[in-house]
Design a protein around this ligand. Structure first.
Ligand code: HEM
Ligand SMILES: [Ca+2]
Ligand SMILES: [Ca+2]
Length: 304
């Protein structure tokens, strides 16, 4: 029931308003890109794309954003949505007409384009959800230690195919990770191999240099060491070289069932972009709320 022209009558300029805010925020900090993109993913996989992840905790409710899997969501993603919402609501005819879930979908489309990724038309018409609990996040988000089967089944639970999963994983072509998320691959990996043998040797020593054993837990490193600020298919070229940061990245090349797709997209950026657009459009349809299942929040971080 999502439509491209959902706001044509109520707020015809909404896409321009959001894009202007996102562009301004992007000029202030590149972190806007990965932060917004990951926020969209973590929203859609928990209770659907309904901005439940943006709700702040209160005395009576521990919200999704305070679940351990969401604590590393960067503040700039939340800030982008809050600022875009304020700009939309500053237009009298648009006030309280556009959902936070749709603003996050538009902002995600915009950050992908701003960082060199594909442009696409975004579907609209999501309502904002009426609940957000930390408990509801349990088991809903993929872990960096996941193997192909685990990744595929979690994405399948959201109506996404293995191909969609491989395409969406390319989001790791931008952004940062804290050292703890892959430390198991560079220290004490197994009895036979102190370092994960699927990791490129030079990259492994580089990672050990940036993430020494007792590193400050706030240290974060680029996930794509080659083009960290460009949304591109270098993600797949890296995997071919053993330069996938997480087990869940590298397994896409290590596992013979997904390797052909990685190889195809490493050598064909247009094919990757097409698959990515298809997959992120499907991601945006997950668990969409309509009618009495949701509403339009006046403050994205609080229920009305
Ligand atoms: C396939 C399974 C996935 C796993 C296991 C996974 C796991 C992770 C982990 C552990 C981090 C590092 C967080 C930190 O230490 O701060 C991360 C970062 C990130 N993830 Fe994923 N992720 C997956 C899929 C996705 C998808 C589908 C998207 C978006 C479409 C996405 C977007 C991002 C972005 C943009 C970052 C960087 C965030 C930043 O720099 O603030 N990830 N992911
Ligand atoms: Ca959600
Ligand atoms: Ca890149």
């Amino acid at each position: 029931q999502l439509r491209r022209d959902y706001y044509a009558n109520t707020c015809p300029n909404v896409e321009t308003i959001v894009r202007n805010v996102v562009t301004q925020k992007f000029q202030q900090t590149f972190v806007t890109v990965p932060a917004t993109l990951r926020l969209f993913f973590h929203d859609c996989f928990v209770q659907g794309c309904d901005a439940s992840v943006i709700i702040a905790s209160t005395q009576n409710n521990q919200a999704e954003k305070d679940h351990p899997d969401n604590l590393s969501l960067a503040g700039d993603g939340f800030d982008t949505v809050i600022k875009a919402k304020a700009a939309v609501d500053a237009v009298p005819s648009c006030k309280n007409k556009v959902s936070c879930a749709d603003i996050l979908s538009m902002a995600t489309r915009d950050v992908i384009a701003l960082s060199g990724g594909p442009s696409y038309a975004v579907e609209l018409g999501r309502l904002d959800g009426l609940s957000s609990t930390a408990a509801s996040v349990d088991g809903k988000l993929p872990q960096p230690t996941f193997n192909l089967k685990q990744l595929t089944s979690l994405f399948a639970a959201n109506g996404l195919t293995q191909i969609d999963m491989i395409a969406l994983s390319a989001a790791h072509t931008v952004g940062f990770s804290h050292c703890s998320r892959f430390a198991n691959r560079i220290y004490n990996f197994s009895a036979q191999n102190p370092v994960d043998p699927t990791l490129n040797k030079a990259y492994a020593s580089q990672l050990q240099g940036m993430c020494p054993k007792n590193v400050d837990p706030s240290v974060a490193i680029n996930m794509d060491p080659n083009t960290p600020r460009t949304f591109d298919n270098v993600y797949y070229k890296n995997l071919q070289q053993g330069i996938g940061l997480f087990t869940s990245d590298q397994v896409l090349f290590t596992d013979a069932r997904s390797r052909p797709t990685v190889n195809a997209w490493a050598s064909n950026s247009a094919a990757f972009q097409k698959a990515f657009i298809k997959a992120i459009t499907k991601l945006g349809r997950v668990g969409v709320k309509t009618g009495s299942q949701g509403n339009i929040r006046s403050d994205c971080a609080a229920f009305n």
